[in-house]
Design a protein around this ligand. Structure first.
Ligand code: PHE
Length: 352
C-alpha cells in the first residue's frame, strides 16, 4: 500500500511542479526571465532536481516507475523551455529589427571641411587666369645659386640687392632665393623660346617686421616671343588684376627700375578698399592707389643669359607678392595672420 501512496504522492508532486512551471512559463516574456525560470526548475537547486534526488528514498520496486515519470517530466520541461526560448529569440529579433531600422531620410552629421590657405588659393586663382592666357607653370629650387638669383639677372656683385643684409647665404655660397626671377633663367634654359610661364613660390629675405616676413610668396611671369610690345604686357596685367579682383579696376603704370628689365615699370591699381574715396584709408594711406606688381621688358642681357638670342626674341617679365594680393582680396589686415598658423582669425567670419 505504501508503494502506491508513494507513487501517487510523487505523481501529485510531478503534476504540481508541471502546472506551476507552465504557469510561470506562460508569463515569461523575455530570455532573461526564461533563464531565471530554467535555473529555478532544472538548475542544481531547482525543483525538478530536488524531486530527482528524492528518487533515492524510494523503494527498489517503485524506483523504475518513479524514475520513468521524472525522466518524462524532465524531457517535457526541457522541450517546453527550448520551444519558448526559440519563440522569445524570434520575437526579440523582430522587435530589434523594427526599432533599429535605418532612417535614410535623416540628415547626415555635418563635418567641418578643410580649405586652402588664402595664399594658396590666391596662387591657384592667378595661375588659372594666366593659364587662360596661354601660360604654363614652371617651378625652381628655393635653395638657389648666386648665378641664377643674381648674375644672370644683371645684378652685379656690387649691387645693393647682393648685400648680406638682404640675403640668406649658406656657408657654401648658395643662398635662399630672394625672388622668383631666377626661375625665368631656368625656364629659358630648359624650354627656349617662344615661352610663356608663370613661376609661383616661396622667397626669402632678411626682413622681419609688421609688413615684412623673412619668407613670403611671389609669382613671376615671363613671356618671350617675337616683336612683343609693352602694350601686350599692360593688357595682360590688366586682365590678371580685373580677373583676380572680379571687376574693372583703374590702373596706372609708373616708371621704375629693376636691373633685369628695361624699361621697368610698376603697376598700381585703384584701392580695392576705398576706391580712392577715403583720405584715412588704412590700406592705401589715402593715396587711392595700391602698388601690386613690378615689371618690364626683359633686358637683352637676361635673354642672352637664358640662352636665347635677344635679337630674335623679346618680351616682358613681371613679379608680384602673393601674400599682399591675398591680403588685399580677402581684407586681411596683418601679414602675420598668414603665417602664424592660428586659423581662428579666419574662422571668426571677419573675412567671410
Ligand atoms: N623680382 C622683382 C622683385 O622681387 C620683381 C620683378 C620681377 C620685377 C620681374 C620685374 C620683373 O621685386
Amino acid at each position: 500500500m505504501s508503494d502506491n501512496i508513494n507513487t501517487t504522492d510523487l505523481k501529485k508532486q510531478v503534476e504540481d511542479l508541471l502546472a506551476s512551471f507552465r504557469s510561470s512559463l506562460s508569463s515569461v516574456n523575455n530570455t532573461d526571465a526564461l533563464q531565471e525560470l530554467r535555473v529555478k526548475t532544472v538548475g542544481k537547486k531547482g525543483a525538478l532536481t530536488s524531486l530527482l534526488k528524492s528518487l533515492g528514498a524510494t523503494t527498489p520496486s517503485e524506483r523504475p516507475a518513479a524514475g520513468e515519470m521524472l525522466n518524462k517530466l524532465r524531457d517535457e520541461i526541457e522541450e517546453e523551455l527550448t520551444k519558448k526560448k526559440a519563440a522569445l529569440i524570434d520575437a526579440e529579433t523582430q522587435a530589434a529589427e523594427a526599432t533599429d531600422q535605418v532612417d535614410v531620410t535623416m540628415p547626415a552629421r555635418a563635418r567641418a571641411s578643410g580649405a586652402f590657405h588664402p595664399v594658396a588659393q590666391t596662387m591657384h586663382e592667378i595661375v588659372a587666369i594666366m593659364q587662360g592666357l596661354g601660360y604654363s607653370v614652371a617651378l625652381g629650387p628655393e635653395k638657389e645659386e648666386e648665378h641664377y638669383n643674381f648674375d644672370c639677372l644683371n645684378i652685379p656683385s656690387w649691387h645693393p640687392a647682393r648685400d648680406m643684409q638682404d640675403t640668406f647665404y649658406f656657408p657654401d655660397g648658395t643662398l635662399l632665393r630672394t625672388h622668383t626671377s631666377p626661375v625665368q633663367i631656368r625656364s629659358m634654359l630648359k624650354y627656349g623660346a617662344p615661352l610663356r610661364v608663370v613661376c609661383p613660390g616661396k622667397v626669402y629675405r632678411r626682413d622681419n617686421d609688421t609688413t615684412h616676413s623673412p619668407m613670403f610668396n611671389q609669382l613671376e611671369g615671363l613671356l618671350l616671343e617675337q616683336d612683343v610690345s609693352f602694350s601686350v604686357l599692360k593688357g595682360s596685367l590688366r586682365e590678371l588684376m580685373n580677373g583676380f579682383f572680379g571687376r574693372e579696376l583703374k590702373n596706372r603704370f609708373r616708371a621704375s627700375y629693376f636691373p633685369f628689365t628695361e624699361p621697368s615699370m610698376e603697376l598700381d591699381i585703384e584701392c580695392v578698399e576705398c576706391g580712392g574715396k577715403n583720405p584715412d584709408c588704412r590700406i592705401c594711406k589715402g593715396t587711392g592707389w595700391l602698388e601690386v606688381c613690378g615689371m618690364g621688358m626683359v633686358h637683352p642681357f637676361v635673354v642672352r643669359a637664358g640662352g636665347i638670342d635677344p635679337d630674335k626674341y623679346n618680351g616682358f617679365a613681371f613679379g608680384m607678392g602673393l601674400d599682399r594680393m591675398a591680403m588685399l582680396k580677402y581684407g586681411i589686415s596683418d601679414l602675420r595672420y598668414l603665417f602664424n598658423g592660428n586659423v581662428s582669425y579666419f574662422l571668426s567670419g571677419r573675412n567671410a
